[in-house]
Write a protein that binds this ligand. Structure first.
Ligand code: PEP
Ligand code: MN
Length: 339
């Protein structure tokens, strides 16, 4: 059930509706929009009787939701969500660029890359302190020491820090040091982790699972939102297919497909989406052309010596060139308004 408030409904009237929802034992999720507020209802085991709401002051209509998702959908919020991360944002007019190494390997490595990321005008720095590796013997990340380096980078360059949490204890740590929690492809259906980040005050970057359908991915976002965290950014990072010429198949059709259903911002990861250095820039250009709200790019000062994902890392020079190219494309497809 979705309660649509009248355009002139007062805050008090919205609160009164939320109280009725609570009294019924359910949870209300108010989504203020440009013209009206809508309130999503979750926690109801079956259909909700619309007569509880129809005659309340300020209510325009009570609408049954037949889709599996109630909060990610455009039915609840017709304008795009802009996820605010301090003074930076994802989903607004500006193309969001999140860049940095796959893993934080050392203070020196992280600072050299961060300097280039800052110079490019990007507002977000990425880097894993906890790495989900296929082999238990591969470099697993520096853990909290890596987070401390990221915190120093934030202080030095003013970049917003995006980093992955693999488990609930990791979320506690990431919340202390970073600005945005990344949920990796392998964790997209770790439902306890999704619920935990749903209780976080930090925005969440939710990567698409390696074999996730659009519905499964959106329902993962729904898990987070149903706990009260509405600051979710979706990230298309490629899926497993029979193709062998790439690490993953970057499904760029996911961008317009998400856009048709959801108000959440969606970004593209051409690094994991291709796994190959020479493909990252062409697919980044395509991602922006297809309407992505941003890009997440792996960059390394010495890709040949990277401890993780070196084959897909751009050099600092390649990265700088990529940024200027994708900015030019973004300017063409979403020109800044003339002021
Ligand atoms: C990463 O961003 O380095 C990463 C591990 O990504 P994914 O979860 O998409 O594989
Ligand atoms: Mn990586």
């Amino acid at each position: 059930m979705l309660i649509v408030m009248k355009a002139d409904a007062t805050e008090g009237q919205v609160k009164a509706v939320l109280r009725v929802i609570e009294q019924l034992g359910y949870r209300g999720h108010p989504m203020p929009g440009a013209s009206r507020t809508a309130i999503g209802i979750t926690g109801n085991p079956g259909a909700v009787d619309p007569s509880h709401f129809e005659n309340l002051p300020g209510v325009s209509e009570a609408v049954r939701v037949s889709k599996p998702y109630k909060l990610v959908t455009l039915d609840l919020r017709s304008e795009k969500t802009v996820v605010q991360v301090g003074d930076a944002s994802i989903g607004g007019e500006e193309l969001a660029i999140i860049a940095g190494p796959c893993a934080i390997e050392s203070r020196d490595q992280a600072f050299v890359v961060a300097e280039a990321v800052r110079r490019s005008g990007a507002k977000f720095f990425r880097g894993g302190a906890f790495k989900p590796r296929t082999s238990p013997y591969a470099f697993q990340g520096l853990g909290e020491d890596g987070l401390k380096i990221l915190e120093e980078i934030r202080e030095t360059y003013g970049l917003k820090i995006v980093t992955e949490a693999l488990d609930e204890a990791g979320v506690d740590l990431v919340e202390r040091y970073a600005d945005m929690i990344q949920i990796g492809a392998r964790s997209m259906q770790n439902f306890t982790l999704l619920r935990r980040v749903g209780k976080s005050r930090l925005p969440v970057l939710l990567k698409r699972g390696l074999s996730a359908t659009l519905d499964e991915w959106l329902l993962a976002a729904e898990y987070i939102m149903s706990e009260g965290n509405y600051q979710v950014v979706l990230c298309e990072r490629g899926i497993r297919t029979f193709a062998q010429h790439t690490r993953n198949t970057l499904d760029l059709s996911a961008v317009p497909a998400v856009r048709r259903i959801s108000h959440l911002p969606v970004i593209v990861d051409p690094s994991h989406g291709t796994g190959k250095n020479y493909m990252v820039t062409p697919l980044a250009r395509a991602g922006v052309a297809v309407g992505s709200d941003g890009l997440i790019i792996e960059v390394h000062d010495q890709p040949d010596h990277a401890l993780c994902d070196g084959a897909q890392a751009l050099t600092l020079v390649q990265y700088e060139q990529l940024v200027s190219e994708v900015r030019a494309i973004h300017e063409v497809i979403a020109p800044a308004p003339v002021t």
